[in-house]
Design a protein around this ligand. Sequence first.
Ligand SMILES: NC(=O)c1ccc[n+]([C@@H]2O[C@H](COP(=O)([O-])OP(=O)(O)OC[C@H]3O[C@@H](n4cnc5c(N)ncnc54)[C@H](O)[C@@H]3O)[C@@H](O)[C@H]2O)c1
Length: 356
Amino acid sequence: MEQKRTVLVTGAAGFIGANLVLRLLKDGGWDRIIGVDSLNDYYDVRIKAYRLDRIASEAAGHPDTEWVFVRGNIADKDLVMSLFVQYRPAVVVNLAAQAGVRYSISHPDAYIESNLVGFFNILEACRRSYDGGASGVEHLVYASSSSVYGSNAKVPYSTEDKVDNPVSLYAATKKSNELMAHAYSKLYDIPSTGLRFFTVYGPAGRPDMAYFSFTDKLRAGEPIKIFNYGQCLRDFTYVDDIVEGLVRVMARAPERRTGPDGLPVPPYAVYNIGNSHPENLLEFVDILQQELVAAGVLPADYDFEAHKELVPMQAGDVPVTYADTSALEREFGFRPSTPLREGLRRFARWYKDFYL
Ligand SMILES: NC(=O)c1ccc[n+]([C@@H]2O[C@H](COP(=O)([O-])OP(=O)(O)OC[C@H]3O[C@@H](n4cnc5c(N)ncnc54)[C@H](O)[C@@H]3O)[C@@H](O)[C@H]2O)c1
């Protein structure tokens, strides 16, 4: 029987994962898409259910692609192994993780479980996919983060820079993922690409992120805290741009080669994916305000100034994130380009439809 060409996406009910699955369904080309997600309650699970509903409706219109959703935890090794044996994915995209910098201070265990144990299980399953001479996994793509740059002073951040000084456990787990992937690429010739995402935003995004939580708070008439007195620069990246980058990268795995010692040269790559255009936090809040009013989320006479608190920096946060994306541009002919106003407009409209 012919093998069904399968892609496995972990974190498929998550913000980026769900958008990726929608795009893969629209593009076609896969016989089967397997989505795995534990549906944890780190944030409002209704948003995860909403994303899964959207995927189900999209999948209904694409009968050539089988969509399979598995609710499960990637820290469960037996589950991960059995999924790989049953479905034999050609491409694996690991997006399941405990995200967020601040939560890693109050809930460190969640990061070890999902980001280290979970990622290790994915690597082991990739390794075992070649057992018995099987063609196995052709490409493992996984989410890293701009947080690996810690408080590096040199900007823009380049993948050539040293990233040995994480300032949060979250960042430490993401850097560890890159190190683990390198070792497994070298040892077992697993083609792997890590993508360091820079502050991703968009409709049905993560409620723990500033643009979303600011919106919730302003609606509730609560003050919003603007850290580092607004003197933060963030490279905001619209989710469709991230998905475009993911799709292009998925299609081209780092090449397998043999080195002069007769051993594999690790087919390993890491790229930044960000807007390369950092915005000042105060300007960002200003655009968000305007778009929330334009979308009808907040009234035109809302007293924004009365709801802003300028406060010092928080532990684990960094003052600047700014991506050098020249490598991605050179090798994949792509750079994120959605303007912040456009992206926030789409978020504000979605928010209105979802909550009001
Ligand atoms: N959104 C950003 O700005 C950003 C920036 C840098 C890196 N990232 C990384 O990108 C990836 C996706 O992020 P996102 O913003 O979509 O986050 P998200 O929280 O919306 O999605 C992650 C999904 O993974 C699931 N999950 C968590 N642990 C799991 C486990 N052990 N087993 C199975 N499922 C599990 C969650 O239920 C969630 O639905 C993550 O790895 C994150 O660290 C995101």
